[in-house]
Design a protein. Structure first.
Length: 485
């Protein structure tokens, strides 16, 4: 039989009694000197940290990315350096709107966030299970999220707010079409695709830049719940995603995704038929075929959910040599806001937490700060500033990315001007089977319940522009739902 370890205080001293408070007589009162009791209660008060404002409810696991195809002509990134190379990673999937205790099977976009622990630093690809998003200008993000959260007075989710916003922002309807389609409620994180969503860039050893989109295609197949099935599932368990992902990995039934890219030459962006950096649009596969790059496999559950999933911190700002940003305005705003969210939730040194810590050497001159638990990070005690004469870390010129060629006037450009918000949702609508379209119309109509007529009418004008059948399909579904009330 293994011997129990000793119970200690956080300062390491043995705890003689973990059952009985120190009191003046058997009936109390307490004594302040029972510090271990005070410590225990104080710790409990601090067990919660702010939940993420978006993507609060999540599920994740560790895994590997194995490279299957040589793309060195596009990128010098170490992670893609040779076929067969394996890089450790962690994934966190999530819903967007629900709070930490929300049900897993809600109709919502799913976060699909990946951290690759590469030999040249952590690369985070913080995407979704959809290739587009509701907006193309970051000014709209906080307002959009307010519509997904609770009404300030009722403290309830508000379909009126959602449809008011969407009907006034037709660029959102591509994403809304995906949300209301079968893929709006996947059966598990394993049964959905992931997308980097934004356009990023790759750059090679010759200093050439390429624009790129990242795709992760589920190898488990797409599976979904209808609204009715989801309601039933939630009645059984609100934690279906956690249960299915965790148990699949425990059973060694490791989920896999095919990592693919779409690539265009840097100059091609100028003559693209639309803005290739617009987050509400995809690059059609017919013109920009997918190139397989590798296989991502999740194969290890975390040992401590809080330490490794609640504290895992993904940020689009984490890029590595050979991978970089694009001018996408929403990506640019996320470079700031994600890292800022982590500093707020987890503290200045969140990158040093075990789950976030790079697996390669980390040498920097940031100093001190709240909860600095790692001490000197320069490898030399006298090297605490730069430049110095004490063998402190020096810059790596070889990691310089090629210049981002942009020539434009600084101004505020109306993102609604000259944009076609209807062609791509139409293409999606048209590729669905008749049954899938029926569910799309019904799910959309159901989500409109309780929304004032004038707002519904405003939305239907846009749906008619996508496809008259789409608008009419929703009208019919609305009438059908009304007749059953
Ligand atoms: P393709 O026929 O080549 O591809 C269609 C894509 O749609 C596939 O990637 C498929 O994913 C995906 N898809 C199928 N059903 C749904 C759904 N309900 N929700 C979201 N995605 C779905 O067409 P195009 O490339 O010309 O694109 C046509 C439309 O497909 C686009 O306007 C866009 O709405 C959608 N789409 C396009 C993507 C792209 O990057 N080009 C990516 C995802 C969607 P899968 O292969 O896994 O079944």
């Amino acid at each position: 039989m293994t011997k129990n370890t000793r119970l200690t205080t956080t300062a390491g001293a043995p705890v003689p009694d973990n059952q009985n408070a120190v009191t003046a007589g058997p009936r109390g009162p307490l004594l302040l000197q029972d510090y271990q009791l005070i410590e225990k209660l104080a710790h409990q008060n601090r067990e919660r940290i702010p939940e993420r404002v978006v993507h609060a409810k999540g599920w994740g696991a560790y895994g590997t990315l194995t490279i299957t195809n040589d793309i060195a002509k596009y990128t010098r990134a170490d992670i893609f350096s040779e076929v067969g190379k394996q890089t450790d990673m962690i994934a966190r999937f999530s819903t967007v709107a629900g709070e930490l205790g929300a049900a897993d099977q809600e109709r919502d976009v799913r976060g699909f966030a990946l951290k690759f622990y590469t030999d040249e630093g952590n690369w985070d690809l913080v995407g979704n299970n959809t290739p587009v998003f509701f907006l193309r200008d970051p000014y709209k993000f906080p307002d959009f999220i307010h519509t997904q959260k609770r009404h300030p007075r009722t403290n309830l989710r508000s379909p009126t707010a959602m449809w008011d916003y969407w009907s006034l922002s037709p660029e959102s309807l591509h994403q809304v079409t995906i949300l209301m389609s079968d893929r709006g409620i996947p059966r598990s994180p394993m049964h959905m695709n992931g997308y980097g969503s934004h356009t990023y860039s790759l750059w090679n050893r010759d200093g050439e830049r390429f624009w790129v989109k990242f795709h992760f295609k589920t190898m488990q197949g797409h599976e979904f719940y209808t609204n009715g099935e989801a309601a039933e599932m939630i009645g059984h368990s609100r934690e279906g995603f956690q249960e299915s992902l965790f148990s699949a990995i425990e059973r060694r039934n490791f989920p896999k995704w095919r990592m693919c890219i779409q690539v265009i030459e840097e100059e091609e962006a100028e003559n693209f038929p639309f803005n290739p950096f617009d987050l509400t649009k995809v690059w059609p596969h017919g013109k920009h075929p997918l190139i397989e790059v590798g296989i991502m496999e999740l194969n290890r559950n975390v040992d401590n959910y809080f330490a490794e999933i609640e504290q895992v911190a993904f940020s689009p700002s984490n890029i590595v040599p050979g991978v970089s940003f694009s001018p996408d305005k929403v990506l640019q705003s996320r470079i700031f806001s994600y890292a800022d969210a982590h500093r707020y939730r987890l503290g200045t040194h969140y990158e040093a937490l075990p789950v976030n810590r790079p697996r390669c050497p980390v040498n920097h001159y940031h100093k001190d700060g709240l909860m600095n638990f790692f001490g000197q990070t320069t490898g030399a005690v006298d090297a605490f500033y730069e430049p110095n004469s004490f063998q402190g870390p020096v810059e790596v010129k070889d990691a310089t990315e090629p210049p981002l060629r942009i020539s434009a006037d600084v101004d505020r450009y109306d993102h609604r001007q000259g944009n076609d918000d209807y062609t791509q949702p139409r293409a999606l609508h048209d590729l669905m089977t008749e049954e899938a379209r029926g569910r799309l119309y019904y799910n959309t109509a159901q989500s409109m319940q309780g929304v004032p007529d004038n707002i519904i009418e405003r939305a239907l004008v846009h749906y008619d522009k996508i496809r008259v059948e789409y608008g009419n399909g929703i009208r019919l579904a609305l009438a059908e739902i009304a007749s059953t009330r």
